[in-house]
Write a protein that binds this ligand. Structure first.
Ligand code: PEP
Length: 260
């Protein structure tokens, strides 16, 4: 069956020292835990510290974003456009430091940094081309849910994210269903609401990539996951793990979620 994946999104929190401190306390709490995959996504600046801290453990490190353009310096084919993207980091650079996963299209990036379904698609293509494991976030805002548009929004976001991505390249794809009204608000979707949304996403994945692919696709739930609600959510067959923001910042709380 699908192995669950529990991912931490640290957002704009933790310096390299704070990341080291987190892992010093967290590693013993999850030592030997192999029922679920564990991924932690720090800021770019704390990635190196995190990668060194988790060496030899069962924890993978992801980035919170990437840019889709190439940097010719990696291929020796520099041209004047390559790499001229101030402030950005691409897939090859992430791989070069040992990153394995990348969050794409988080609702905060869509809301505050102008990400669209089209940029999500470009990012997804560059991640799978490079061999990074993408965690693509989709989810409706409150007004859309209240207007009965959840189904349409999820289908549109998935359809456009998956546009011209080959099933072969996307084998490692992970989708995170994150209802925007539940992120950082303390409001959680009920396990049933999440399971229903996951079924819509899986149906769209079946249309885009085929039934077999969709059956293997891992769909995480994100939105105010905490130690108190993790077990009920993870008990749903449709829910293949969690993307955790606030509650992943504290080692005890994130370990309790991992061990739901
Ligand atoms: C997130 O940042 O992806 C998230 C789900 O945040 P929180 O757990 O704080 O709601």
């Amino acid at each position: 069956m699908r192995k669950k994946l529990i991912a931490a999104n640290w957002k704009m929190y933790k310096t390299p020292d704070q990341a080291r401190e987190f892992f010093r306390d967290f590693l013993p709490l999850v030592h030997g835990h192999d029922r679920d995959e564990i991924v932690v996504c720090p800021t770019y600046l704390a990635i190196d510290a995190a990668i060194h801290a988790v060496q030899g453990s069962n924890i993978a490190i992801g980035a919170q974003d990437l840019y889709w353009e190439k940097d010719g310096a990696f291929t020796g084919e520099v041209n004047e456009k390559d790499g001229a993207f101030t402030g950005e980091v691409n897939a090859a650079m992430l791989l070069a430091v040992g990153v394995t996963h990348v969050i794409i299209g988080h609702s905060e990036r869509r809301q505050y940094f102008g990400e669209t379904d089209d940029t999500v698609n470009l990012k997804l293509k560059s991640a799978v081309e490079a061999g990074l494991i993408p965690i693509v976030c989709v989810g409706e805002v409150l007004e859309e849910r209240e207007a009965g548009l959840t189904d349409d929004v999820l289908r549109r976001q998935c359809l456009r994210a998956f546009h011209k991505v080959s099933a072969k390249k996307a084998v490692s794809l992970v989708v995170a269903y994150e209802p925007v009204w539940a992120i950082g608000t303390g409001k959680t979707a009920t396990p049933q609401m999440a399971a229903d949304a996951h079924a819509i996403i899986r149906a769209q994945a079946a249309e885009s990539f085929g039934q077999e692919f969709a059956g293997k696709l891992r769909i995480l739930y994100g939105g105010s996951v905490k130690p108190e609600n993790a077990r009920a959510l993870m008990s749903e067959e449709e829910i293949d793990g969690a993307l955790v923001g606030g509650a992943s910042l504290d080692p005890k709380s994130f370990a309790a979620i991992v061990k739901y």
